[in-house]
Design a protein. Structure first.
Lengths: 154, 861
């Protein structure tokens, strides 16, 4: 269940839409923020607030690839391995993440600090290899640089 | 008028319909897969593609509306190729396991591929592999076979209203799943199974046990469970029921079923069924022959009648038996025995409520058509959740909401939660004040119409303000004002009344208030009925004060009429109600009791006291299909035929008489035949060649059923007032008696849970239903659980003045913290064993309110 503030937030969102079903997508984002990902608890909580059957909430949520469908680390590393980045050694960087942090593509570090998502071109080919950590953008990556960057995310 | 041309045929249409419908009307079949007549169009499968002149691309016939001059071709090279292409796509992932698929023979995909191809596929990729899911006890899911027509989802959401399943994931990964991904935990109506065109979701009950073409018999009959009276088609092989399905187009349920109707039939073949008569010898029930048993019953009853008089004998009729059984039974009691001591468990609420309402609004006031409910602009629900008591009727309430109607609820109605109810949820046992408030506000808004002065005299002085209601019931005045506004503004409101309000203290006064609401809002009344022939048994005269067709025993004129018809002398004394019978039995003034298809030792409140009373009888005869709690106390037990093994009629809650038809053979006799044998042995002939002859007599003697024949009721459209005439309305004085609010804070009160998956104890003999709802639990609120440090499944002892039982707890976060809910379905664990009761002086119903309960956690179990 959500706390009072979150309940209010979702109610407010819902007020902007003609039906409660229409508010599902933004409400699911809030639930994702609160629960870390969209699992049974998150869907049930959204279903309770909006009065939309939980199977329907889940059907809608699972349709979209941009929601997190399984537990994620506190910080999400999105590493590009598309052509330009690959040529400039992105795959080696991926190996580095695995060996140094135990972070495999699609996986999560044992301490729950990072998740790794492999991306297709993120539009930084000129400064490849590149990655995102949460919403922050990094380019011209090297192993050492990655180490430095990740230090900032506890 | 629109003129179109399909396949060279000129067709004229009144109004624009889809191409599919137009073709259908012209007798032209267009293949479909995602379209379904109960679900309408979806436009997903694209098998219905047709050529339309002047439109370059093929169009889906199920979604396109016809326009003037349209020229349509449904079977051309191009359409055949397109369909072949679509089927090839579907077969990319669909396994070719028809030989082991239970759907083979009634699979729409198989039929389509057989007709249109494709002969082979061009895709080299591996088919997707998804293991068949057996996580659910009743529904198997094989997602490799799914063709994503979404019929099941549209059924579950748009018709059933359970919204328990959805399309999960996207694209090639899409599949259908219940929320949990495993067990369904849904309403288990099985209506999704009915509409799935392929073998993707199927019932486990008939997995690998037969093929559709091996079914040897199909019998259309009526559901044995509740008063809705749904049509069932029993499919039989080797003299056993293999499957129960609905029929689209049948009255009342029109292609839909609930869990009980669909999955609850296996009791018929149960090994626990009684097979021979039993006679108590030296304290134990021993097998006996029919001759022995029948002559013993006849002799004993004759002796007791001679020694103690006719009124020392009583009979309990059965709301699960046919009209014919019940008619013959009451005639036996009235003529052969010579007493009016005949009653039934309809006395638990239905009979009293109906009589009360009919006195005010006239006979037949509660006979309203089920399918009409969805068209009401407002439905007010009081005293019980229709979606569990009468599931298919409950769907009408949901449909009403979907069509934009208002749903008003008094008390918690879980099954209506998602249907935008406007709620008035008063504190426990304060409904009386709430209803007074509604009446006061309605009079204020609409005034007294002046049509029924007797009723108006009773209600004109009621004066409970919305603020009073807020204070006493905890329902905010503003919310109740909205509730009343909606009601007052409705043109076609309906009022649904469940048993709980009829079994509360001051029931008659509350019924008066409900009548007032109905009168002021100009509504129509529906009484929920939990048994398949509760209405019919009353029509047949299984009541201590009424002869068949509701002619009062007290009237000499009517008695005379029946005396002539039956060629007998009738007892003029009104008989005992079922509760009075129990009292008389414990006092010793009642000597013998004949129970047909009922279980008073379990189904009456304070059931252990009822059992003690039954033990005190000199002679107890029980006629049933199982050795029930009551049968175990009997001196003679007579095995009866179940509903699937006999012919007859049931009358449902809207008073529609429908045919019950024999589907399987079993040695033995119908209830009425056993009784007629006993009567013969007592020297009074009650002979009928067959069930239909019994019905002829009913039609001859009951003024309500005048001249009605089996032929007339064949199509299911014989509705009240049948063919005869109701009793002229002579309104008697409206008697009421007010209740006393019995709740004090901090106490727990026992209430009855009426689960969707069970009905009496009968459903507990149906293994499929037991799999979904397998044991009795004590349902408590999260608050109560916390205060007693109880976790889900902990064993507790529930104690009341009447007794104690131990049960696991189930925690329900939405439950009222002042109650503990118990079912009355599982042997040895019935809520009624803990409920002492008083009788409402007017409605003669038991008051099951204010039963204080204590819960203690059991340790070491
Ligand atoms: S059985 Fe009924 S409630 Fe359950 S998923 Fe199927 S349609 Fe929905
Ligand atoms: S399970 Fe059956 S009804 Fe549901 S989408 Fe698949 S094929 Fe259609
Ligand atoms: S609604 Fe009642 S009559 Fe209909 S199938 Fe269910 S139990 Fe049987
Ligand atoms: S390929 Fe990596 S950013 Fe374009
Ligand atoms: S039936 Fe028309 S698209 Fe499926």
């Amino acid at each position: 269940m959500f706390n009072e503030t979150v309940l209010k937030e979702i109610k407010q969102i819902s007020g902007k839409y003609p039906t409660t079903r229409a508010a599902l997508l933004p409400a699911l984002y809030v639930a994702q923020r609160e629960f870390g990902h969209l699992g049974a608890d998150a869907y049930e909580a959204v279903s309770d607030v909006l009065g939309v059957p939980k199977a329907i909430a889940r059907g809608v949520g699972t349709f979209y690839a941009m929601y997190k469908h399984k537990p994620m680390g506190r910080h999400i590393v999105q590493l590009c391995t598309n052509v330009s980045c690959m040529i400039l050694g992105a795959e080696k960087l991926s190996d580095f993440l695995k060996n140094k942090y135990g972070l495999e593509p699609g996986g999560i570090t044992p301490d729950g600090r990072f998740s790794l998502v492999i991306m297709e071109c993120i539009g930084a080919c000129g400064t490849a290899p590149a990655m995102l950590v949460n919403d922050d953008f990094y380019e011209n990556l090297t192993e050492k640089y990655i180490e430095e960057i990740l230090e900032k995310y506890k | 008028m629109i003129t179109i041309n399909i396949n060279g045929k000129e067709i004229k249409l009144e109004k624009s319909v889809t191409v599919l419908e137009a073709a259908k009307a012209a007798g032209i079949k267009i293949p479909t897969l995602c379209w379904h007549e109960q679900l309408g169009q979806y436009g997903g499968c694209r098998l219905c593609l047709v050529e339309i002149e002047k439109i370059p691309k093929l169009q889906t016939a199920c979604t396109l509306m016809v326009t003037e001059g349209m020229v349509i071709r449904t079977e051309t090279e191009q359409t055949a190729e397109a369909r072949r292409g679509m089927l090839e796509f579907l077969l990319i992932n669909h396994p070719l396991d028809c030989p082991i698929c239970d759907k083979a023979g009634e699979c729409e995909l198989q039929d389509l591929v057989e007709k249109y191809g494709a002969i082979s596929g061009r895709f080299r990729e591996k088919k997707r592999k998804i293991p068949e899911s057996f996580a659910d006890p009743l529904i198997v899911r094989n997602m490799e076979r799914c063709v994503m027509c979404t019929r099941c989802v549209r059924m579950c959401e748009g018709v059933q209203g359970a919204s328990a399943i959805g399309v999960i994931d996207r694209g090639g990964h899409s599949h259908i799943e219940p929320f949990s991904g495993g067990r369904y935990d849904c309403e288990y109506c099985g209506n999704c199974i009915s509409v799935c065109p392929v073998g993707a979701i199927m019932s486990r009950m008939h997995k690998h046990s037969y093929r559709p073409w091996q079914v040897t018999g199909k019998t259309e009959t009526i559901c044995p469970y509740c008063g809705v009276g749904c049509t069932l088609v029993l499919q039989v092989r080797d003299n056993t029921i293999k499957r129960v399905i609905p029929r689209i187009g049948s009255p009342v349920n029109n292609g839909l079923l609930c869990s009980r109707g669909r999955f609850g039939y296996e009791f018929v073949g149960s090994k626990e069924r009684l097979t021979t008569p039993l006679i108590r010898k030296n304290g134990v029930l021993e097998e006996a022959t029919w001759e022995e048993a029948i002559s013993l019953v006849a002799n004993k009853l004759s002796d007791i009648k001679a020694k103690s008089g006719s009124d020392a004998i009583a009979g309990i009729a059965s709301p699960r038996c046919t009209n014919e059984d019940n008619y013959v039974f009451q005639k036996f009691m009235r003529t052969t025995i010579g007493t009016n001591n005949i009653d039934s468990t309809a006395r638990m609420g239905f009979a009293g409520a109906q009589a009360f309402m009919e006195n005010i609004f006239g006979q037949g006031a509660t006979a309203n058509i089920i399918s009409g409910l969805a068209n009401s602009d407002t439905v007010l629900v009081v005293g019980g959740d229709p979606t569990t008591a009468n599931p298919i009727f409950g769907l009408q309430v949901r449909a009403c909401s979907r069509k934009g109607g208002n749903i008003l609820t008094v008390g918690q109605m879980k099954g209506l939660e998602y249907f935008n109810p406007v709620k008035a949820d008063p504190f426990l046992y304060t409904e009386e004040v709430l209803l007074e408030g509604i009446v006061t506000a309605l009079i204020g808004k609409k005034g007294l119409p002046g049509a029924n002065l007797t009723l108006e005299a009773k209600i004109k002085d009621i004066n409970t303000s919305l603020d009073d209601v807020e204070k006493k019931c905890g329902v905010p005045a503003k919310e109740l004002a909205r509730f009343v506004d909606i009601l007052a503004a409705s043109a076609t409101p309906a009022l649904l009344i469940g048993k709980e309000i009829v079994q509360s203290s001051g029931a008659s006064y509350k019924l008066l208030l409900l009548s007032a609401i109905n009168y002021l809002a100009n509504g129509r009344i529906y009484l929920l009925s939990e048994r398949s022939n509760e209405q019919g048994l009353l029509d047949m005269g299984c009541a201590p004060d009424l002869l068949p067709g509701y002619r009062p025993v007290a009237s000499a004129e009517f008695r005379k009429r029946y005396e002539t018809l039956w060629d007998t002398k009738l007892n003029e004394k009104t008989g005992l109600t079922i509760f009075e019978m129990m009292d008389a039995a414990s006092r010793g003034s009642l000597k013998a009791l004949y129970v047909m298809g009922e279980n008073p030792a379990f189904n009456l409140p304070n059931s252990s006291a009822a059992a003690t009373a039954l033990r005190n009888l000199e002679f107890l005869v029980v006629q049933d299909i199982f050795l029930t709690e009551t049968a175990k106390l009997a001196d003679v037990v007579l095995p009866a035929l179940s509903w699937a093994e006999k012919d007859g009629t049931f009358t449902n809650m809207e008073r529609r008489i429908q045919r019950v038809r024999k589907a399987v053979n079993r040695g033995g006799m119908e209830d009425w035949r056993i009784i007629s044998d006993i009567s013969k042995n007592m020297g009074v002939k009650l002979n009928y060649a067959d069930t239909e002859k019994v019905f002829h007599e009913i039609a001859a003697v009951s003024p309500l059923h005048r001249n009605l024949t089996y032929e007339d009721i064949e199509d299911g459209h014989a509705i009240y007032p049948y063919k005869g005439e109701p009793l002229r309305d002579v309104m008697e004085e409206i008697l009421t008696s007010k209740g006393k609010a019995a709740r004090s804070t901090g106490k727990l009160y026992l209430r009855i849970e009426r689960p969707l998956f069970h009905s009496g104890t009968l459903s507990t003999k149906a293994p499929a239903l037991v799999k979904i709802y397998s044991r009795a639990v004590a349902r408590i609120s999260a608050e109560t659980a916390a205060s007693l440090s109880l976790d889900e499944g902990d064993i507790v002892r529930i104690t009341t003045k009447a007794g104690a039982i131990e049960l696991p707890v189930s925690i329900d976060k939405a439950a009222d913290s002042s109650t503990v809910m118990l079912t009355n379905n599982f042997e040895g664990q019935g809520a009624y064993s803990l409920m002492e009761y008083t009788i409402d002086p007017v409605t003669k119903t038991p008051v099951l309110e204010g039963v204080e309960a204590k819960i203690v956690k059991m340790t070491g179990t």
